[in-house]
Design a protein around this ligand. Structure first.
Ligand code: ASP
Length: 347
């Protein structure tokens, strides 16, 4: 593991992790991607730490609110929290997403619920559901589109791509139910992302020599009455080849949830997370080896390759390199931005 760039974010949620890492028992955790901007970089972009803290707090407040009341679920919390970050231009998801080599926003998202009921170690449970969309260009909130796919009758499909995904999401039945809006691709563009693309080779469709190491994908994991959910939403990597799919819409790579273990949402070089099926690997280690989330995450991280093809690593809840926050059962909100930074209570 290259420790110098131990910047790829990992969000983990389970009771054991929370007790180990967070000062209070959290019910919702979020991340706004690995590759935290330095104060100087923020200044250059006309941003401040307060902007990020505010956005994280708004996401947590929305997620927390969505989880209150009869029948509300961890999925409600995850979806609501991620929607706020998708609507914020600060993160690499929804508005503000990075652009492909030919200058378009191409979005991916996934969501999973970890519910296990009855026998069969979870495998027989029809409610152990997941949904994802990839390569969508007009879906304002891809996380809700992923949820729509997850909730397809009989869990018929799990991952829909491109135009087909959009046709499904924008069907009359789904538009309202999942609070979807069709937007022009230009809606997602921000000056920052357009400038990033312009800095690249002037020729259309050139691969960036290296993935940009400021990620900004968003993710969340929540727990309600012992049931977990996790979700992830992203624009992918700056200057990615059109059609490239990263880990974020891949269940088992970028997102996984299982009530027996934890909820996981990843950010970083997606290819690495896919090759190592990282999100599921953490969950599987916990279940097979009967170990805690911190140990499982460390083990999973340790088996990532030490090469130059990408950056890799894990950050368990409370560790560094990832914009993050959590909300307690009492509604208190804590956020943190930088490495080893103390949690800051903002509400
Ligand atoms: N994991 C995302 C991808 O590879 C990128 C990110 O985390 O920002 O698409």
């Amino acid at each position: 593991m290259r420790t110098a760039i131990f910047a790829v974010g990992f969000l983990l949620l389970s009771a054991s992790a929370l007790f180990a890492q967070a000062p209070q028992k959290a019910v919702l955790l979020i991340h706004g991607g690995a590759g935290v901007l330095t104060d100087a970089e923020m200044k250059e972009l006309g941003l401040t730490r307060a902007d990020f803290e505010k956005a994280l707090a708004e996401s947590l407040a929305a997620g927390f609110k969505a989880m209150q009341g009869e029948g509300k679920t961890a999925v409600d919390g995850v979806e609501a929290a991620i929607r706020v970050m998708e609507d914020s231009p600060l993160f690499n998801a929804g508005k503000g997403a990075v652009l492909t080599a030919d200058g378009r926003a191409e979005l991916d998202a996934s969501i999973m619920e970890g519910r296990i009921e009855g026998s069969g170690e979870g495998k027989k449970d029809p409610r152990k559901r997941a949904g994802a969309v990839t390569g969508v260009h007009h879906v304002k909130n891809p996380i809700s589109a992923a949820r729509a796919v997850m909730e397809m009758p009989d869990s018929r499909h799990m991952l829909l791509a491109g135009e087909g995904a959009e046709r499904f999401v924008f069907s009359e039945a789904n538009l309202k139910k999942y609070n979807q809006e069709r937007v022009s691709n230009t809606y997602f563009w921000t000056d920052r992302r357009v400038a990033e693309i312009r800095k690249k080779e002037p020729k259309l469709i050139t691969m960036s020599p290296k993935p940009v190491e400021k990620f900004g994908t968003v993710g969340a994991s929540a727990v309600v009455n012992g049931h977990l959910a996790a979700g992830t939403s992203t624009g992918g990597l700056t200057g990615k080849w059109p059609g490239r799919i990263g880990d974020s819409p891949i269940i088992g790579a970028g997102t996984y949830a299982d009530d027996r273990a934890c909820g996981v949402s990843c950010t970083g070089t997606g290819e690495l997370f896919i090759r190592h099926a990282i999100a599921h690997d953490v969950v599987a280690r916990m279940i097979y080896k009967k170990i805690g989330v911190v140990e499982a995450a460390s083990e999973a991280a340790a088996q990532l390759p030490d090469d130059d093809d990408g950056v890799g690593g894990f950050i368990a809840l409370g560790a560094d390199g990832i914009y993050r926050g959590y909300v307690t059962a009492k509604g208190e909100i804590y956020v943190a931005l930088l490495a080893k930074e103390e949690w800051k209570r903002v509400k």
